[in-house]
Each structure stands twice: as structure tokens, then as C-alpha cells.
Design a protein around this ligand. Structure first.
Ligand code: FMN
Length: 184
């Protein structure tokens, strides 16, 4: 198996990170890999925001927790109230992908996120693709926090990639169903 296929096969979502920050050079390489993603008509309808500020990540996570708690669903309330809750799994770096909401922008942002996860894996780093944080922006507190992003007009974060050194063993593969037809 060549190295690229091997990296794709071995990537896993990591949900436990060491607190140690990753190297700037790695962050830059991962973001560069995100920028190289296929994107519709090369319009690059994304904006990358690299956040390494614990306070901002923790406040965003708290805003998500308050939305989860408000649902009243016991499983969500229990997770939200856990002192260990972090929708970013306590990763030291989170790269947010913001969309300009044009027709292919979600696909552009998704491709960039996946490229970054694979790039992180190739560098021996853990990554987790995360969308649940977007609930934070349903709250006033969350919308206020968004001001710190200084996003261009009309952009809104849709996905993020948590990055860091994995703490613990690589999770086992989540099996994929063979949802495939070949028409020849
Ligand atoms: C659009 C999207 C949103 C996701 N959101 C979350 C999330 O909010 N939190 C999380 O822990 N994982 C999230 N994931 C990761 C998936 O749960 C994970 O990719 C899936 O369970 C398969 O596991 P694997 O990545 O280890 O192969 C998301 C993945 C995608 C593509």
C-alpha cells in the first residue's frame, strides 16, 4: 500500500488530546493542505480561522453546552453538565472553516476539513472533524464570541478540525458498510 492510501486508511477521529501545543510549522502545513483542497470553480469560498486560545475555545464549548442543556434530553443534559465536556475534546488547536453560504461553499469547506485531517494524520498528529460547535451561534453568548473571529462579511463557521497530539491508543476502525454499486 502506498503512503497516501495508508494515511487515508489509518486516519481516525481522535477525541483525547495532550495539552501540549503542536508545532507552528505543522499547523501551517496542515492549513496549506486545506487550501489545496478541490473547490468549485476555484472560487475558494472558505475562510480559515486557526484558534489556539484556550479561553475562546472553552467559552464556545460552554455556549454549546448551554444549548445541549436546554434541549432537556437526559443524555445531552448529562454530557453538557459534565465538567469534562468540551465539544473540541480539549484540543490545543482548532481550525474553523467558515462558509460564505454560496451554493458550493459547504462542499469547499468540507473538502478543506478532510484534507487537513488527512494531512494531520500523515504528520503523526491527531485530528477530529467537528461540526457540533455551530450550535453555539444559536445563543447570544455564542454570537458575541464569534466577533473574535473578525470574519469577512457574510461568512459563518460551519466545520472545524481539532488538532493535537493524540493521548492514548488509536481508536479502532469504525467499519464502513459497502454502500457501493458498480455499473460497467
Ligand atoms: C460533517 C462532520 C461533522 C462531524 N462532527 C463531529 C462532532 O461534532 N464531534 C465529533 O466528535 N466528531 C464529529 N465528526 C467525526 C465523525 O463522528 C467521525 O468521522 C465518524 O464517526 C467516523 O469515525 P472516523 O473519523 O474515526 O473514521 C464529524 C464528521 C463529519 C464529517
Amino acid at each position: 500500500m502506498n503512503e497516501t492510501i495508508k494515511t487515508i486508511m489509518e486516519r481516525r477521529s481522535i477525541r483525547s488530546f495532550k495539552q501540549e501545543q503542536i508545532e507552528n510549522a505543522d499547523v501551517e502545513l496542515i492549513v496549506e493542505a486545506g487550501l489545496r483542497a478541490a473547490n468549485a470553480m476555484n472560487r475558494q469560498t472558505w475562510h480559515f480561522t486557526v484558534v489556539q486560545n484556550w479561553r475562546l475555545l472553552s467559552d464556545l464549548s460552554q455556549a454549546v453546552a448551554s444549548v445541549m442543556a436546554e434541549t432537556g434530553l437526559p443524555s445531552l443534559v448529562e454530557r453538557a453538565e459534565s465538567p469534562a465536556f468540551s465539544c473540541f475534546h480539549h484540543a490545543p488547536t482548532v481550525v474553523f472553516l467558515s462558509s460564505d453560504k454560496t451554493v458550493y461553499s459547504i462542499a469547499d469547506c468540507a473538502n478543506a476539513a478532510q484534507n487537513m485531517c488527512v494531512a494531520a494524520s500523515s504528520l503523526g498528529l491527531g485530528s477530529c472533524y467537528i461540526a457540533s460547535f455551530a450550535q453555539a451561534f444559536k445563543t447570544e453568548q455564542g454570537r458575541k464570541l464569534l466577533e473574535a473571529f473578525h470574519l469577512p462579511e457574510g461568512f459563518e463557521p460551519v466545520f472545524s478540525v481539532a488538532l493535537g497530539y493524540a493521548d492514548g491508543d488509536l481508536p479502532s476502525l469504525k467499519e464502513r458498510e459497502r454502500k457501493i454499486d458498480y455499473i460497467r
